[in-house]
Design a protein around this ligand. Structure first.
Ligand SMILES: Cc1cc2nc3c(=O)[nH]c(=O)nc-3n(C[C@H](O)[C@H](O)[C@H](O)COP(=O)(O)OP(=O)(O)OC[C@H]3O[C@@H](n4cnc5c(N)ncnc54)[C@H](O)[C@@H]3O)c2cc1C
Length: 609
């Protein structure tokens, strides 16, 4: 938006004129000082005046935008086709990511509803970010940072805020011999990739793997943002081999609350570097660039997919036992990751990912398991025949390859002119625009895999599945990973429970998108509450097994109790010290982020210093 059009648009908005009687004719007026302890609302006299906003707009090269919910254009649309198109677009995660006023989840019952900021700096450069941070600090505004908008906890949206939106900062550069700044004397050069913070993982994977023939550890969902995932730790399908994504961070550029552009690596600002490797997004500053190590690519990536139906409750317990034994004896190693789910209808759904094994090796490995199942037709039926596939690893994030050979597993961005590299896995369909009823996670210690513990684990899993579908994500616990990857993850603020967990159990569910004010898209609160209760009951069956349950901050419960302990355990005290050093006034606030206990739930009022 140009300066002229920005001013024109601003001056024609009746609501704004009413809020700010000084809107016209007082361009040079200064705003009253904000009162300490409370952030400024648009209705406050201290809210920056139009001249101040315009000055910011000029500083960021005309990239200050007034944010609207995409639902605004639904309300003003004049025909059904236009309205249908908006609703269709809102089921496209790439479209959602392109809207400054939208988020990938539409909300969470009793927790948060997606809300647009008042303004956004649509940053293209680090200087834009600096200008946004300085403006928010000096004007005492509620500041929000958004990358690809996947936060489950609503961390990247807030009403009445200024948004720094990094979507357009998405350059990716492969490096053959990267040395972190200031580290030349002590570190050997290594292959790496430098990614601007608004990039999505699909773009990183395309550059590193499809084009570059190498591997970078990121997340499983293609549309997730690089900066958000890394700051929360980050796991992908192959993390049992390559470790936690944040542990592969070599360096970051970050704009801290004082507006300084800092380099963070093992030698320069090492405390900040440590904090952003899992201390949670949106708490320590705005990341602008991240450099991640890259690795040799294995020959093959693959999957094993099957669903087994048990014919009675007793048979289902036996089936769970059978699978846990099989997992412990054959899959508990760096080759295997991803998910097994148990449902109340006595189904075991297997979607396991594999790296570094050829198809014949995978078939031989699983044959005894499937043979045992087939030998007991009175107990089990194969509900969906096992699919075992392995593909050249370089094709794993190649949209053209999937469109040709397995179109059913990918949804390409359908918009005209969209990048032909962009697709999302169809397995993520049900999360697009979801309104959460409940979502919880807990790491399961590897001690539970011991043979004498298996009956206990089977009982808990069976009982949990009576309440809600319960999923084990094996790639999100590091037990069984190579020792060097566990050591690298130990040098992060993540709760050490991740180091000896064989899996993260995730139990969650929600309903269709909720669009306030749009008939037919209201929340079903009664069902949401019932489901939230069932999800809680399911998780409590598993938490009974664990003396001090720990949860993964990127994929966790909005209402997590003792969240500091749960997300970071003994590392929380150090995180808080680092937060106080780099952000003493608490400019960066997110729900259940480091230091957020000092603020009201909406992040507007400081409760304690
Ligand atoms: C469909 C789906 C699939 C997922 N799959 C995986 C998975 O496979 N593995 C996994 O580990 N996690 C996964 N996640 C969780 C995901 O890692 C987190 O939600 C992550 O925080 C999202 O980052 P984002 O940039 O997309 O989201 P955003 O909502 O934009 O950001 C998340 C948080 O980080 C902050 N943030 C974003 N950018 C910056 C920045 N540049 N500087 C400072 N703070 C910033 C935001 O303020 C916010 O608090 C998934 C989530 C969804 C919704």
């Amino acid at each position: 938006m140009t300066r002229k059009s920005f001013l024109k648009r601003l001056s024609t908005l009746p609501i704004l004129s009413a809020l700010w009687p000084h809107l016209t004719g007082s361009a040079g007026a200064t705003s009253p000082s904000p009162s300490p302890g409370t952030r400024v609302l648009p209705s406050d006299p201290a809210w920056p005046n139009p001249a101040a906003w315009e000055k910011l707009n000029k500083t960021v090269g005309g990239r200050l935008i007034k944010v609207e919910s995409p639902l605004a254009s639904y309300t003003t649309a004049t025909d059904d086709a236009a309205r249908a198109k908006i609703l269709k677009d809102l089921r496209n995660p790439f479209y959602i990511g392109d809207q400054p006023g939208a988020t990938q989840s539409t909300g969470w019952v009793d927790a948060w509803m997606s809300a647009p900021s008042v303004y956004a700096v649509a940053a293209q450069t680090t200087d834009d970010v600096v200008a946004g941070v300085n403006f928010a600090r000096t004007n005492n505004l509620r500041l929000v940072v958004k990358g690809a908008a996947h936060s489950y906890l609503g961390g990247s949206n807030a009403a009445d805020s200024l948004l720094i939106w990094t979507r357009a900062m998405n350059k990716i550069v492969l490096e053959d011999a990267f040395i972190a700044q200031g580290c030349a004397a002590s570190e050997a050069p290594q292959p790496a990739v430098t990614v601007e913070s608004g990039a999505m993982w699909i773009d990183a994977y395309h550059a590193v793997t499809v084009d570059g023939g190498r591997y970078v550890q990121g997340g499983g969902c293609t549309t997730v943002g690089v900066a958000g995932l890394i700051q929360g730790g980050g796991f992908g399908s192959f993390s049992k081999k390559f470790g936690m994504a944040a542990a592969g961070l070599l360096e970051a550029e970050i704009v801290t609350a004082d507006g300084e552009v800092r380099i963070a690596n093992a030698y320069t600002n090492p405390d900040l570097f440590w904090a952003i490797k899992g201390g949670g997004g949106g708490s320590f500053g705005v990341l602008t660039k991240l450099t991640l190590r890259t690795r040799d690519l294995p020959d093959f990536f693959g999957v094993v997919i099957a669903t087994i139906q048990a014919k009675s409750d007793t048979a289902f317990r036996d089936l769970i036992h059978e699978f846990i034994d099989f997992y412990r004896d054959h899959l508990f190693n760096p080759h295997w990751g991803e998910t097994v789910s148990c449902s109340g209808n006595n189904q075991l759904a297997i979607t396991m990912s594999v790296q570094g094994l050829a198809k014949s090796e995978v078939e031989n490995l699983w044959k005894p398991f499937f043979d045992r199942i087939k030998k007991s037709p009175e107990k089990y039926a194969i509900a969906s025949d096992p699919v075992i596939s392995a593909l050249p690893a370089r094709k794993y994030w190649d949209a053209d390859f999937f469109k040709k050979y397995a179109p059913e597993v990918v949804s390409p961005d359908p918009r005209e002119g969209a990048s032909d590299k962009h697709y999302w896995w169809t397995t993520n369909n049900n999360e697009i625009g979801i309104y959460w009823h409940g979502y919880q996670s807990t790491w399961l210690p590897e001690t539970l895999l011991a043979e004498d513990q298996t009956p206990k684990l089977v009982d808990a899993l069976f009982s949990a599945s009576r309440h809600w579908r319960t999923s084990f994500h094996f790639n999100k616990g590091l037990a069984g990973a190579p020792p060097e990857e566990i050591a690298a993850a130990r040098d992060t603020p993540m709760n050490p429970a991740v180091l000896n967990a064989f899996a993260l159990v995730i139990i969650g569910g929600g309903g269709p998108p909720v669009y306030p004010g749009i008939p037919g898209h209201e929340a079903d609160i009664t069902t949401a509450h019932q489901n939230a209760q069932k999800i809680g009951q399911a998780m409590s069956e598993l938490r009974k097994l664990i003396p001090r349950p720990a949860s993964y901050v990127n994929e966790t419960n909005y209402f997590e109790e003792s969240w500091q302990e749960s997300f970071w355990g003994p590392n929380y005290a150090r995180l808080k010290t680092i937060k106080e050093k780099y952000d003493p006034t608490g400019l960066f606030f997110v729900h259940h982020g480091v230091g957020s206990e000092a603020w009201s739930p909406d992040g507007f009022t400081r409760l304690k210093t």
